[in-house]
Each structure stands twice: as C-alpha cells, then as structure tokens.
Design a binder for this molecule. Structure first.
Ligand code: PBG
Length: 329
C-alpha cells in the first residue's frame, strides 16, 4: 500500500474563479475568420439550406454585413464569389470587374476596417467545377497544374488590385506559392501576405459548401490535387514546400477530423501563424443535431472551436463566428 496521499486534481476544479484562472486555452472572437459568399444581382439573400443562417449575398448587402461583423469583434472575413456566368477557364475570377473584385471594392468603399481575405481558386468560376484548367493530355481529364498557375496569378493580382488584404490560395496546385509570390511582387504587391491552404484534404465535409458556392465538380472528384485523408506525414511535406516557396501563413483544412495534423504542423513550425478551417460539413452536423434537440449547439460549437485552438491553430475560419462572438461576449 502506498503511503502517499491521494493527489487531488479536483482541488483546482472546485472554485469557478480558479477554473477560470487555470484555463489553458482562451477562445476569443479575435481568433475568427468568417467566410462570406457573394453573388451577382441586387438586394438578394439566397439562403443556403444546408448551412442555416448563411446566405449568398449580393454586393449591395455587404456594407451592412461587414459592419455587423466588425461590431462583434471579428477581425477578418474571407470571400467566395459566385459569378453570373461560368466558363471552362473561370474567367470571372481574373476579370477586374468580377464578382469578388466588386465585393472587395464595396467593402473598402463602405469604410470597413475588416481584414479582407480572398480565396484564390477556380472551382466556383469554372463550368466543370474543378479548381483549374482541364486537359486530357494523359488520356484522362485532369487539372493542368502549370497552366492553372498562370491564371491563379492573374486572379490573385486582380484581387489585390481590388483591395484584398490577404491572398489565400486553396487549389492545391504544386508551385502555387512561388508563382503567386512572384506574380504579386512583380505587380507591386510585395506587402500582401499569402495564407496558403497548405494541407487541404479531399474531404466529404465540403458538401454544404459546394451547394453554397455552386462549385461541385461535374465529373470526377478532387483526389488528383487534394490530399488523401489517410495521410499525415505528407501534410508536413506540403507545409515545408509552401514555406520554402514563401508562404507567410499556413492552413490545415478541414479542422475537426484533422486536429492531429494541426498539432503536427504547429509542433514543426511554432513560429509560423497557423489557421485551421472548420468547414461547412462540420457546421452542418452541429446545426442538424442541435435542430433535432440532440446536442446543445452553443456548448458543442464552442467546444469544437476551443479544441481547434488547443490543437495549435492561431486562427479559425468558421461559420459559427457571429454566434460564437455573441456567446463569448
Ligand atoms: C475550394 C474550396 C473549398 C472550400 C473552400 N475552398 C471546397 C472544395 O474543395 O470543394 C470548402 C469550405 C467548406 O466546406 O466550408 N476553393
């Protein structure tokens, strides 16, 4: 029999104030980046049925929206655009009058101080829904990596000209950070940071987003460019390459099923700001279960967001942001 007294971990859990004082992870609205969907047209909100509370907004509705977001203490948004017309190369994405460019200008014109990030990809802009230019050089239709890099640069430079504060490429093309850094620098945007979706997985959790952004691929899937969910070490290679190419910040996506990846990336690079994207399917699961009365939405949402931060994320792209900011205040 041991002669030691019981070590009482519960002592520090007895008083609520003491629990507050010994809490290791503090979630605040300052951690959040809120995705927004912008569409063509006027005075229209098109609700996204699988993402309750979220809608595609026309550009004229953005001024009020960003004012509300800012008033809640959320520092940043990331824009996704749904253009009026899609084509095989997604040309709206690099049209200086494209939907995202219009949105960026409207936000600046409204005097907003939010940090405006722009997702740089093609799946919302192409008629086939893939993240770049398609060719069949090898007998199967696939995204042409290097041809896509050229239009990615045009897209990013056009977004920067329209007022994007951060460029966030999500297409998982090889060499995209080198191409974008060079292209931005050559156009005088050497101070615009790149947040790379460095480890982005080919995930079933993107389902509701594809309704929101009308970006589901019309054939095949994204497995030739996005990562296999079974791979962890490979995420570190993606991260090494993106850092070597000049990424300023990194992202892991999705978040909840990839907390181990967030942990590994933060451990390998504690000095690099790390974002995690709690994606549409993570949000939809919580909403659906809560609507059935099976879980407590507020409690579960905050628990998920806290776990993402505890795993090592410095910032969290997520769809709970407005409600979560209210709950935290
Ligand atoms: C691709 C992109 C996707 C998301 C953000 N950017 C999805 C995809 O690969 O189809 C998904 C985000 C979410 O599910 O919330 N440009």
């Amino acid at each position: 029999m041991s002669s030691f007294p019981t070590i009482r971990m519960r002592r520090l859990r007895t008083h609520p104030k003491l629990r507050d004082m010994v809490r290791e992870t503090m979630l605040t609205p300052n951690d959040f980046i809120l995705p927004l969907f912008v569409r063509h047209g006027e005075k229209t909100r098109v609700d996204i049925s699988s993402m309750p509370g979220h809608a595609q907004l026309t550009v004229d509705l953005l001024a009020d929206e960003v004012a509300e977001i800012e008033s809640l203490g959320i520092p940043s948004i990331i824009l996704f655009g749904i253009p009026e017309t899609k084509d095989s190369v997604g040309s709206d994405a690099y049209d200086d009058n494209g939907i995202v460019q219009q949105a960026l200008r409207a936000i600046k014109a409204a005097g907003s101080n939010l940090l405006g990030m722009a997702d740089v990809c093609f799946c919302e802009f192409t008629d086939h829904g893939h993240c770049g230019i398609i060719n069949d050089r090898h007998g199967t239709m696939d995204v042409d990596n290097d041809a896509t890099l050229e239009i990615l640069v045009k897209e990013a430079v056009s977004f920067a000209k329209a007022g994007a504060d951060v460029i966030a490429p999500s297409g998982m093309m090889d060499g995209m950070i080198t191409a974008l850094r060079t292209g931005l620098d050559d156009s005088g945007f050497e101070n615009i940071p790149i947040l790379s979706y460095a480890a982005k997985y080919s995930s079933g959790f993107y389902g509701p987003f594809r309704e929101a952004a009308e970006s589901a691929p019309t054939f095949g899937d994204r497995r030739t460019y996005q990562m296999d969910p079974a791979n962890g070490a490979e995420a570190l290679r993606e991260v090494e390459l993106d850092l070597a190419e000049g990424a300023d910040m990194l992202m892991v996506k999705p978040a909840l099923s990839y907390l181990d990846i967030i942990r590994r990336v933060k451990h390998a690079h504690p000095e690099v700001p790390l974002a995690a994207y709690s994606v549409s399917g993570e949000f939809a699961m919580v909403k659906a279960a809560a609507a059935n009365g099976w879980i407590d939405e507020q409690r579960v949402a905050l628990e998920i967001l806290t776990s993402i931060k505890r795993a090592g994320a410095d910032m969290i792209l997520n769809y709970f942001a407005k409600d979560a900011a209210r709950w935290l205040s």
